[in-house]
Design a protein around this ligand. Structure first.
Ligand SMILES: [Zn+2]
Length: 503
């Protein structure tokens, strides 16, 4: 009934109602708009399609399908939090799952009312149910994790203005033109933004237009999620299981903990080569485009580098020791109750924390060095020297990884650092050979690879452990092969990307 609140604010009394289907009515009967609750164990999205009269565009029927799988995901998130929440958790698993279901039902119904996604709303005071929300976790003054405000308790300011725009009745075309223009002006004055579809993906350029984030501004979002994640990892143990559950389930529950900052990190990455824009029309007061200021881009670069430190990527031995393979029947067939094991291993039955750290570092660096982003950085700097150059970005990344000494690092951390170094090398080799990377971008990458190769010469290699020396020798050979035009990406083994355990 959230939409009834929205319609009332927009001036329509009791325009939106929900009732049980009348006795004897068939849910396929086109006279009824229906909301189906579908229960299944497999991953499945909820959807809100509608049917329109092609002559007028009028929505004539809506069929929402809400899938129960999302609540299993919510339960996994909550269980991953449980060790940190302790006895006095301020929200139960069911409360959190139902808070999400309310938001989610409103979201899918919003589609049937004609609304598109607004992927910048969460970062603007939870302005719309049409965003993809993540569970907001905060730390209180004593450092305890709170989920009391995990999901918005109602619709937002954008929803009301969108409904007014779509549904307000005007007596004639002229009044409609003026009336709609006034609503848009009001939205702009209120600072309500709208970004949808493909502009919010990982390669996007608007930091706040990122899915699965919470909080106004991505720097604050990353800071908060990193702090919460640290508490979650420190506390993580068997309490993340219910009685009778196998230890294999910890794989996906820990995945939510380990990746708690992932979406906010994507938002921060978008500052680099970032371009804010709005869907403006001629004579609009908003700026059509604006480059992200250089100071924010450099701040983002430092924040990204912080997330790549071994201490951030490491998984405690205590956690590794708990994650066992699934008992027979638990990873497939009728007992499968969700994503089996999002954190893959290259070591068969042994969970490999170094592999997981490498996979996440690879994902981060692949996103930073996406060809379109690298090209934007290159051409922004070419036309405005205040903007960071691609060379500056790459130099900082090489310094934070390859130039950093592994001496003094405990064994596991040294291996994690090697994984991050390797991830940067592979991201550079890929970018240098990417047909979508501009000639300028590829030239800068090649220069960096030559400098890195020089630093990996045999005489310098001898400094670290034998594992370090071998790792550097292989990197040297792969750069050599690249420079000889013989790079073979398939021959550079990479960790598998960690799939999305849905937030
Ligand atoms: Zn949607």
């Amino acid at each position: 009934m959230w939409w009834n609140q929205v319609f009332e604010k927009a001036g329509f009394r009791d325009a939106f109602q929900i009732r049980d289907l009348p006795d004897g009515a068939n849910p396929l009967d086109a006279r009824y708009n229906v909301l189906h609750w579908v229960h299944r164990r497999e991953r499945g999205p909820s959807v809100g399609p509608n049917y329109r009269d092609p002559r007028t565009g009028e929505i004539v029927r809506a069929i929402v399908r809400m899938d129960s799988y999302r609540s299993l995901v919510n339960h996994d998130i909550w269980m991953g939090f449980r060790p940190a929440l302790g006895q006095g958790a301020d929200a139960t698993s069911e409360q959190m799952a139902m808070a999400r279901r309310r938001q989610h039902s409103a979201h899918e119904i919003g589609h049937t009312l004609g609304l598109a996604h607004n992927f910048i709303a969460a970062a603007s005071d939870r302005a719309s149910v049409m965003d993809y929300p993540v569970a907001l976790a905060t730390l209180d003054d004593t450092g305890r994790v709170s989920l009391a405000n995990a999901y918005a308790p109602g619709p937002g300011a954008y929803d009301e203005i969108a409904i007014r725009y779509a549904y307000t009745w005007f007596p004639d075309a002229e009044a409609e033109r003026a009336g709609l223009a006034a609503i848009i002006a009001e939205a702009e004055d209120a600072g309500l933004r709208f970004i949808t579809g493909g502009h919010a993906g990982p390669r996007g350029s608007i930091p706040d237009a990122t899915t699965w984030v919470e909080g106004n501004g991505m720097f604050a979002a990353l800071e908060r999620t990193r702090a919460v994640r640290s508490v979650l990892i420190d506390a993580f143990d068997e309490r993340a299981l219910a009685a009778g559950e196998p230890h294999s389930v910890l794989n996906r529950r820990f995945a939510h903990v380990y990746l708690h900052h992932r979406s906010a990190l994507y938002g921060v990455i978008k500052h680099l080569g970032g371009l804010e824009f709005a869907y403006t029309l001629k004579d609009d007061t908003l700026e059509p485009t604006r480059r992200v200021p250089p100071v924010e881009q450099r701040r983002a670069l430092q924040a990204i580098i912080e997330t790549l430190a071994p201490a951030e990527l490491r998984i405690p031995d205590r956690v590794t020791a708990l994650i066992a393979p699934a008992p027979s029947g638990w990873d497939s067939g009728w007992q499968w109750d969700g994503d089996p094991a999002p954190l893959a291993s290259d070591s068969g039955d042994a969970f490999n924390p170094v592999y997981v750290a490498h996979a996440f570092a690879q994902e981060t660096l692949d996103a930073v060095l996406h060809a379109e982003r690298a090209n934007r950085i290159t051409h922004f700097h070419a036309t405005d020297p205040e903007q960071p150059s691609l060379d500056e970005v790459l130099t900082a990344l090489v310094e934070a990884t390859w130039v950093r000494s592994s001496r003094g690092l405990a064994g596991g951390d040294a291996a994690v650092l090697r994984g991050t170094q390797r991830a940067l090398l592979d991201a550079l080799l890929d970018l240098g050979g990417n047909e979508n990377a501009s000639a300028q971008t590829r030239a800068v990458v090649e220069r960096q690879l030559r400098a890195l190769q020089t630093s990996l010469r045999p005489a310098r290699r001898a400094l670290g452990s034998s594992a370090d020396a071998a790792h550097r020798a292989l990197a040297h050979r792969h750069i050599e092969r690249y420079l000889a035009g013989e790079d073979d990406p398939a021959d550079r083994p990479r960790p598998a990307p960690i799939p999305l355990p849905w937030p």
